[in-house]
Write a protein that binds this ligand. Structure first.
Ligand code: SF4
Length: 319
């Protein structure tokens, strides 16, 4: 069953807009994060692996070298010939504006890079950054601002030490959308203290934020990964947290898709972590099993089971 027949996936959206495959090419520009260096918080989100924050972490290759390596792999695997430079690792707007411009310009200088996708936190998008991204869009580049919200519930965000709340997201998306920027909102299913269905509630809050001109235009969804070197991994080993089950995840994803406006672009419906550090859930490594189950769920009548409503990830008492 073809998921793209039922869902406005990022791939389908790009194909319709550009008449060819456009693929995101993930980059690591050695950013850090204000939730780790003390400007917003210390220690970071409880699920965030901090290996890359080590002073001994290896410096990644230049932007041009990463693009060259990435395009070879993607071309071979998918046949795509056009790319969005995806500034993915950590907080990709956390630097002064001249430095950011240098990095983004370097990516856009590649002839087959037609735009940018910039991942960041809602409390780290000052107006000059939004103006810079909007200027690229006005020049004809495809630009997406990817905002990590994860949950629309402030108690959950506090529990995972996110260092921002719903209010910062509201502020960021309104300032981005006023400039006509495309925003993709990230949500995580299975955060501590939530039932999987809480992600459906988060999505409804995001969707109902405003009219089409002020709401998110894209969504990225994945299960919470328990990875080595995190506070969450320690809680999981102590039995304080249990990874989200496959069925609960699929049910929440299906419910979100059923509630999505047709034009919403679904950038991702599941995801996994590097197998060298992933502890749980093991099922998230089987991407196609997850996507097939979501497609089958969409083909069934609405309201299948109550798994997503029942399963709870614990840690409520320790918040
Ligand atoms: S998950 Fe993102 S926002 Fe949280 S500590 Fe890691 S880099 Fe920072």
């Amino acid at each position: 069953m073809q998921l793209a027949n039922r869902v406005n996936t990022f791939g389908r959206h790009m194909q319709a807009k550009y008449g060819q495959r456009v693929h995101k090419l993930a980059l690591n520009a050695s950013f850090t994060c204000p939730n780790r260096d003390g400007s917003k918080g210390i220690g970071g989100c409880t699920f965030c692996n901090n290996v890359s924050f080590s002073p001994n972490a290896k410096q990644p290759p230049s932007i041009a070298q990463q693009i060259e390596a990435g395009r070879r792999v993607i071309q071979k695997r998918t046949g795509a010939r056009r790319y969005l430079a995806y500034f993915q690792a950590y907080t990709n707007t956390y630097a002064d504006i001249a430095y950011l411009k240098g990095l983004y310009d370097a990516a856009l200088a590649e002839p087959d890079v037609i735009g940018l996708s910039v991942g960041t936190r809602p409390d780290c998008v000052p107006d000059p950054v939004l103006d810079l991204l909007a200027a690229y869009q006005q020049q004809g580049f495809e630009v997406w601002l990817e905002l990590g919200l994860q949950s629309a519930n402030d108690a959950t965000l506090a529990r995972v030490n996110r260092g921002h709340g719903w209010a910062e997201y509201q502020d960021a998306i309104l300032r981005a959308r006023v400039r006509g920027l495309q925003v993709c909102t990230h949500l995580i299913v299975g955060l501590p203290g939530e039932v999987a269905w809480d992600s459906v509630t988060s999505f409804e809050r995001v969707r109902e934020l405003g009219a089409a001109s002020t709401a998110t235009q894209g969504l990225k969804l994945h299960p919470l990964h328990i990875v080595k070197g995190t506070q969450l991994a320690r809680q999981w080993k102590q039995g304080l947290y249990e990874g989200v089950p496959f069925d609960a995840y699929v049910e929440a994803a299906v419910a979100i898709l059923q509630r999505s406006p047709p034009a919403l672009v679904h950038h991702r419906l599941t995801g996994t972590a590097d197998p060298r550090i992933l502890l749980s859930p093991g099922w998230c490594a089987k991407k196609w099993a997850v996507l097939n189950a979501i497609a089958q769920g969409l083909a069934r009548p609405v309201a299948t089971s109550s798994m997503g409503r029942r399963w709870s990830s614990g840690l409520i008492a320790t918040a």
